[in-house]
Design a protein around this ligand. Structure first.
Ligand SMILES: C[S@@+](CC[C@H](N)C(=O)[O-])C[C@H]1O[C@@H](n2cnc3c(N)ncnc32)[C@H](O)[C@@H]1O
Length: 266
């Protein structure tokens, strides 16, 4: 599947994605990934930030709300059109562009203090090209902060078979909740593209996207080759409130769901 087809998948996913994010159905974001990533980002007031693979702009808006001067880019025209519409409704001075993350043509060298990429680098086919472009547009000492599903614990589907994930015991008679016994991992070094079925019941429409499983070494090598120095790393944990509201999140206190990496342009 080529880049255009991957882009079409995201165009087609825009409507259910917008509802998922804006209706706070994405509780992994609200109660885990965002709190951890924003803590790592720290004070972003007056910083010039590029949000790569910004989607419909939810996190771009959060950063603008915190006082950053934000540019958002995504290769899906539909996603960017939704981001624009929201910007018209509630102006936050965000500048959106339809651009491929691997070719940020219209953005000049060394202009951003921070480049963010929230849960999108795993969906970008050419991670090396994206990381090189990120390096180019960052100022000296600028930071690249990205979150991805934790590559060590990603569930993969091979030939219709689910590889890895929780193994459960019998359902509790009263509550009908199965006890998670332990987590299985396999084929970590088997790097390849995956079709991701977004089939949760809380979506208004199911959709499929393409993602790329890579090892931590693949990401670290690409950062090193581009000239970056990895400075910090966090494995996100859910908030207390999230665990109380969404029992599924409690499992992320046992096995990390995502990882956030900060790399600096020396
Ligand atoms: C899982 S969504 C995350 C969106 C956003 N960062 C958020 O947190 O809501 C992944 C996004 O990456 C975008 N994307 C995938 N490949 C891309 C590429 N080569 N260039 C730019 N955007 C890309 C998709 O269009 C999609 O909007």
């Amino acid at each position: 599947m080529g880049k255009n087809n991957i882009r079409k998948q995201w165009d087609n996913a825009t409507e259910p994605w917008v509802d998922f994010v804006r209706s706070h159905k994405d509780y992994f974001r609200d109660e885990m990934n965002n709190p951890t990533t924003f803590e790592l980002l720290g004070d972003i007031r007056k910083k010039r930030v590029l949000d790569l693979g910004c989607g419909e702009g939810y996190n771009s808006r959060l950063m603008a709300q915190q006082g950053a001067n934000v540019t958002g880019v995504d290769f899906s025209k539909k996603m960017i059109s939704c981001a624009h519409q929201q910007e018209k409704k509630e102006k936050r001075g965000i500048d959106y562009h339809v651009l491929d993350a691997t070719n940020l043509l219209t953005l000049k060298d060394s202009i951003f203090d921070i480049v963010t990429c929230f849960m999108a680098l795993q969906d970008i086919e050419n991670h090396k090209g994206t990381i090189r472009e990120t390096y180019r547009v960052l100022k000296k000492h600028g930071r690249f902060v990205f979150s991805i599903p934790h590559p060590c614990f990603e569930v993969r589907i091979r030939g219709g078979k689910i590889i890895g994930g929780w193994r459960y015991g019998k359902a509790n008679r009263n509550k009908q909740i199965r006890t998670a016994l332990y987590y299985t991992v396999d084929r970590y070094f088997d790097t390849r593209r995956d079709i991701v079925p977004w089939n949760m019941k809380r979506l208004i429409k199911q959709f499929k996207t393409t993602a790329f499983h890579r090892t931590l070494t693949d990401y670290a090598d690409a950062l090193y080759d581009a000239g970056f120095m990895i400075s910090r790393l966090k494995e996100s944990k859910p908030t207390k409130r999230g665990c109380a509201r969404y029992p599924k999140l409690k499992l992320c206190l046992r096995i990390p769901h995502s990882i956030i990496i900060e790399a600096v342009k020396p």
